[in-house]
Design a protein around this ligand. Sequence first.
Ligand code: HEM
Ligand code: HEM
Length: 131
Amino acid sequence: MEWFVEAFLKAALVWLGAGVLLGLLFTVSPQQVVYRPAHAHINLLGFVSMMIFGVAYHVIPRFTGNALFSRRAAGWNWWISNVGLVLLVAGFFMRPHAVGAAAPALAVGGTLAAAGAFIFITNVWKTIDGN
Ligand code: HEM
Ligand code: HEM
């Protein structure tokens, strides 16, 4: 297994643990629901997307019989997606208390998380095409 496949699978599991704990906190302390966007993105970008990224990087080259277009880009995908999500989530946690301070974290984190997704889109598309 490539290092970035293992890293995506493990990151997805860590994000799932964090997302479920935050969801659990909402059920016992409903006023914490102000952090719902953090919970949604920890679970959907952290667990669901990263699990898909890791599994796709492993199976799509095998399904298609083509080598992964760029292993380097897949490594960058991991770093950019995870750093981006940490910042995005930090921004979502800060926003109810300090909108001004949250704005740069949201903007930079959101841009990095989006960039990670576009690296994935390009890398998998070119792998399918066998470029
Ligand atoms: C034990 C696990 C979980 C618990 C206890 C939990 C609990 C909650 C609670 C209490 C809310 C707020 C609902 C409200 O607005 O009042 C919420 C929202 C949400 N949860 Fe979870 N959650 C869990 C796991 C997950 C997972 C695994 C995912 C996704 C894979 C997820 C996705 C979402 C999303 C997207 C929202 C926002 C929904 C919206 O936009 O209204 N949750 N969750
Ligand atoms: C670069 C990637 C993404 C960015 C920057 C982003 C950003 C945002 C922002 C700023 C909001 C509004 C939050 C609010 O003000 O309440 C939002 C809401 C939401 N997004 Fe995303 N998003 C991204 C990707 C995704 C993906 C991939 C999914 C699903 C797989 C998703 C699901 C949701 C959901 C369910 C909500 C409503 C959350 C709530 O009820 O609080 N987002 N997103």
